[in-house]
Design a binder for this molecule. Structure first.
Ligand code: MRU
Length: 371
């Protein structure tokens, strides 16, 4: 995507070819700053502290993290240690494990002297693959938006999205927002309702920022507003991203997604999920019982960060001293509430059959998964 006219990705190999650049997303939308990752510890910290976030970008960062580790020490022990450290950073997004499996496979049977170069190559490929996949998701999903425009006799289509599954959550282009960007770029009238997405407000801070930078009309809404908008016919389709999708099509995504799916079902609003195939966990079926849900620190709920009137960035407490706080990062939307999965191979049913037909080679391979 372009920032101030310059093509920008969320992660890149620096010119010195010894470090990796990222955008520090904890500072957005008020400050744009980049960070240089030089060690595996830097990469693990970037994921843990959410300088980078979003399932595909977490995977890409972990891939470069393995390279940074092997540059320092290419032994089997260090490879294992690096994968364990990175895997422990964020438990829910399966793209992390997928990327570590890919990296391990690319170096395991090579002599130590070749491992760092092979890891760098594979990390770069993972990034390029992510961009190609997201463009394909965009092409398939754009058709859904065009169909909605046709149903509305050419008037503007309203898409509701939750959290941030745009280009900031990926290497580039985005997953849920890819169809929106492609539609917008092709002159289709599309407007986005962006859920603010408490507690971290990725919708208000990141989705609104990137849509605005690209010139896509959008409105930020409080999380509880979507149901009302749907009851009044103001949402034509919901498109969200995913952090993990099971073999039977259950969708794990940012906390609050499930409530939007319920409201969509009650109001007959199509509910789509944009995802790249590395987000599918073929090893599990029942999302509710089998997906580990990250529980995060209380401050994200108890406090809100933002820009004060004098321009200072500050964090303020919004709950009384002493109140207990719970902070679940994700929830699971059962497959029955999902109209379709927008993947790089087309829009498919959120069912075991739909997923297996679209990705037979991975569905059949699940017993071979490593780590
Ligand atoms: O906790 P985050 O910010 O890493 O959560 C990721 C998300 O933004 C979403 O859940 C997203 O919809 C899936 S990632 C494309």
């Amino acid at each position: 995507m372009k920032i101030d006219g310059r093509d920008t990705r969320t992660i890149w190999l620096e010119r010195d070819r010894e470090s990796v650049g990222i955008i520090d997303q904890t500072l957005l939308p008020h400050q744009f700053a980049t960070v240089r990752l030089q060690t595996i510890e830097d990469a693990a910290h970037a994921i843990r502290s959410m300088q980078v976030r979003g399932a595909p970008l977490i995977g890409a960062t972990a891939a470069y993290g393995v390279w940074l580790a092997l540059r320092a020490d290419a032994s089997d022990e260090n490879l294992e240690r690096a994968c364990a450290v990175l895997l422990a950073t964020r438990p829910t997004a399966i793209n992390l494990k997928w990327a570590l499996d890919e990296m391990t496979a690319s170096v395991r049977n090579r002599p130590r002297a070749e491992r760092a170069a092979a890891a760098l190559r594979r990390a770069g490929e993972i990034c390029e693959e992510d961009v190609a996949i997201n463009l394909a998701i965009g092409r398939h999903g754009m058709k859904l938006i065009e169909d909605a425009v046709a149903r509305k006799n050419g008037t503007r289509v309203n898409v509701l999205t939750h959290c941030n599954a745009g280009w900031l959550a990926t290497v580039d282009v985005g997953t849920a927002l890819a169809p929106v960007y492609l539609a917008h770029d092709n002159g289709v009238q599309v407007h986005v309702f962006a859920d603010e997405t408490r507690p971290r407000n990725q919708g208000a801070s990141l989705t609104a920022w990137e849509l605005g930078r690209h010139g896509v009309p959008h409105t930020v809404i409080a999380d509880n507003t979507g149901g009302r908008l749907m009851q009044h016919g103001q949402v034509d389709l919901v498109i969200v991203g995913a952090d993990r999708v099971t073999a039977q099509g259950d969708v794990c995504n940012k906390i609050g997604t499930y409530l939007k799916a319920l409201a969509a079902a009650d109001n007959k609003v199509p509910f789509y999920v944009g995802l790249p195939s590395p987000t599918i966990d073929f090893a599990i079926s029942d999302g509710l019982s089998e997906i580990p849900i990250e529980q995060r620190g209380p401050d994200e709920v108890a406090r809100v960060a933002g820009k004060a009137e004098d321009g200072r960035i500050m964090s303020v407490q919004v709950v009384p001293d002493g109140s207990a706080v719970a902070n679940y990062g994700f929830d699971v939307t059962p497959a029955r509430l999902v109209t379709g999965l927008i993947t790089e191979r087309g829009v498919i049913a959120a069912s075991r059959d739909g997923i297996t037909r679209a990705f037979p080679e991975r569905a059949g391979n699940r017993d071979k998964m490593m780590l």
